[in-house]
Design a protein around this ligand. Structure first.
Ligand code: KIV
Length: 257
């Protein structure tokens, strides 16, 4: 089966020390451009809630919105692995997790991601039993941002680092093919990366992870109102849009009837 070969390939790449690359896309052109650029993983993340839909955080994202954007991104991806997020409230039980993972796959995803470690082992096992590849996500969990009172670095204390290590081991045992480490202290991210066999994919977690993921809008400067501290945009697309719009406005105003 092509998908399981790809999953094994990710582990093999970790063993060979080859880094994995992942970026988000929520629409056809971005997904296609990233795919054509050679990215390994395209994630239809629920970060679309902020950077595309204008919500305050990911807790307002509906599952219909996830399906809609997964369908659009899937049309643009031919080569990369397309992963889609299970949005908040869609995986409270293993049964619910399986049903909604299938809906994302029907929308075009080849794998799904959910937030949680040991607490979500049953959901992960249930999804993997259905032969749907599962990417786990531990550390700072954006779907819990309101409970947590903000985006905070995880794994700074020895107790938190140990809990994260247990979470990483638990998701590996449950069958996840990779695990996102979000805003985890770099040294803890390194320890986790060395301790497990599946690739860690870091975001704001230092350079020792097996791969890196970013929200594309942050990388290309398309959401200028907020840029996470750990991102240095490579280009400033928002400025280019403003510039093009101003040229168009001035040209149009200057036209004679
Ligand atoms: O929703 C998202 O974009 C994510 C990444 C930040 C990992 O979960």
């Amino acid at each position: 089966m092509v998908v399981s070969a790809t999953m094994e390939d990710f582990r093999a790449r970790k063993r060979r020390g080859e880094r994995l690359t992942a970026l988000t896309a929520y629409d056809y052109p971005t997904a296609r451009l990233l795919d054509e650029s050679g990215i390994d993983i395209v994630l239809v993340g629920d970060s679309l809630g902020m950077v595309v839909l204008g919500y305050d955080d990911t807790t307002e994202v509906t599952f219909d919105e996830m399906l809609h954007h997964t369908r659009a991104a899937a049309r643009g991806v031919k080569r990369a692995l397309l992963v889609a997020d299970l949005s908040i409230g869609t995986y409270n039980t293993p049964e619910e997790a399986v049903a909604n993972a299938h809906r994302l796959v029907e929308a075009g995803a080849q794998a799904v991601k959910l937030e949680g470690g040991a607490s979500h082992g049953a959901q992960i096992e249930a999804i993997v039993r259905e032969k749907i590849p599962l990417m786990a996500h531990i550390g700072m969990l954006p779907q819990s941002v309101r409970l947590e009172g903000g985006y905070k670095v995880k794994g700074r204390s020895a107790v938190e680092a140990e809990r994260l290590l247990q979470d990483a081991r638990a998701v590996e045992t449950a069958g996840a093919f990779s695990v996102v480490l979000e805003i985890v202290a770099a040294d803890t991210a390194r320890q986790i990366t060395e301790a497990i066999g599946i690739p860690t994919i870091g975001i704001g977690s230092g350079e020792h992870c097996d791969g890196q993921i970013l929200v594309t809008h942050d990388l290309i400067g398309l959401y200028p109102w907020f840029t996470p501290k750990f991102v240095s945009p490579e280009v400033h697309v928002a400025e280019e849009i403003r510039r093009a719009a101003r040229i168009f406005i001035d040209r149009t105003h200057g036209q004679v009837r």
